[in-house]
Design a protein around this ligand. Sequence first.
Ligand code: WTA
Length: 638
Amino acid sequence: MSDTYNIGLGNNEPDTRIKADSDFVSFWDDQAKNLFWFSPWEKTLDWQPPFARWFVGGTINASYNALDVHQDSKSQKPAILWEGENGDSRILTYEQMLTEVQKFSNVLKSLGVEKGDRVTLYLPMIPELPIAMLACARIGATHTVIFSGFSATSIRDRVYDSKSKVVVTADGGYRRGKIVKLKEVVDEAIEGFDFVKNVVVVERTKNEIQMSSKDKLWIDLMNNASDNCPAEKLDSTHPLYILYTSGTTGKPKGVLHGTGGYLTHLNSTFKWAFDIKDSDVFFCTADIGWVTGHSYVVYAPLLHGATEIMYEGAPDFPDASRMWDILQKYKATIFYTTPTALRMFMKFGDEIPNSFDLSKLRLLGTVGEPINPEVWRWYYKTIGKEKCPIIDTWWQTETGGMLISPLPGLETIPLKPGSGTLPIPGVNITVVDENGKDVEPNTKGYLVVKNPWPGMLLTLWGDDEKYKTVYWSKYENCYYPGDYALKDSDGYLWLLGRADDVLKVAGHRIGTAELESCIVSHDDVAESAVCGIPDEVKGEVIIAFVVLKEGVITSTNVLEKEIVEKIRTDIGAIATPKQIYFVSKLPKTRSGKIMRRLLKAIGNNEKIGDVSTLEDGAAVTEVQTAFDEIQKSIKDSN
Ligand code: WTA
């Protein structure tokens, strides 16, 4: 108990938890009233397990709640303080955002986009991305944002799956001073797709691009567009977006989020977790291509009429002081980032952040991976100067918003480095064993959510069955997120990483199955297994084991390069393994399951003795033999 921190912001509203505990449905009903609805709902929750529909019958619009509602009191307030990687900057007020969004809504309409259509957005971190998202939301089109680091093949799969009518991209994006040619990637990705009617191109880097008859420049379309486009009155359950994410199957899943429930969840968690005030300057470093960017860069801050910083580039470009420089320049009060970024900053030493004025900061947050207590303490001391609470927020693409986090805007509780503390009010979370029974305190088990919550995904796009099996089949009527956790004797939750075959590399979700099927699609590869091993900065890095087909004579050096290239073109650079081992066979259990723990031990240069738990069905001698064989074949191939 000594490593606890009694730091709060003086808020204490115990009634909120009492109300939430007594009746979570009526609790969320009250929370939803904080938003603007065109017409009220008839039913708060329609729960046909495992499908939840919130605020049924109510009509709402995300763009209206993000922009229109602030026009009376905050029209001149900056919504976005944008900082380009190359030092460019732009400020967009709430009034300007509304104008731009209405114009782009009209542009989309002029291109034939209608309510219910999908629009793919493949853009760098520039204001046009949230503008395009909100424009889709305004007219009831469903946006599907693809992280600008993904490859042409990844985009092709996603555009095909969502059947997007329009793709919005840029000529290029800046990344570490270099130009990433996004338009070129899109050209390759949508070749032959007749259902894509138009590609809209924002000129960001002014590199040369090929324009076909489908292609239109953003600026030309905007210049001709009217700035009046009333927001559509949409059903609460209207699909706001699809966000593709990796799971345990070979293909990414299209997580589908609705509108009213999702916005309610974000509106409440943003207030509770960040204690947001009108005077705050909020900075979330997430890329909008991931869910954190959707929820806590685009929707939540704008629902609250907050001022936020949006940064285009790499966190350490041109040097390790960039983040602190931005925080100082814009007088940021709240900083929300990832453990990977913090581990990197910590390695650079205290001198750099110490040379900046970070005195305006009053609250810090992290998301995406477990944070090591050592890094938490560094964040607390060096960045927060021992005066800022740290919120370690646990959630997923599927959950829409935070489910576990300290909530300084709601209550003051002691913080423990490395623990996400308690579930948010109105959500019932516990830790269970393989049979679904609650485990004893301080025992590792599986995290489960026992009731539906408003930010919950509607389903997987076009695949209700997969939605049921992936999340709801392990335990009856319980949502299974795929994470290990434990509850300590104070009821605090500690998140212990993924329990399934999903990796978290620098906070990015990568499915082992997806990566393996990519490697196996190389002509010379017979079989492959990938796993994650711990990394000081990225949390986890990928190692890959590859079995070649009989008779392959190409050298492993060449093959290694080809495989890496294949991964980069099929998925994207984020999935590049740190090391590829060529082996003669993969260690498997009798039931055919790959012994990943054994592979991890090899990747970590550990002895077999360190592999404490054996995979099911395998005997000690078998594991030992497999381990020896695999090590020998690695040596032979070198
Ligand atoms: C992991 C990111 C520990 C977890 C918002 C989860 C975390 C996955 C935390 C979802 C945290 C997220 N502590 N682990 N605070 N936050 N995770 O969909 O394994 O990219 O299942 O959403 O990230 O990743 P996703």
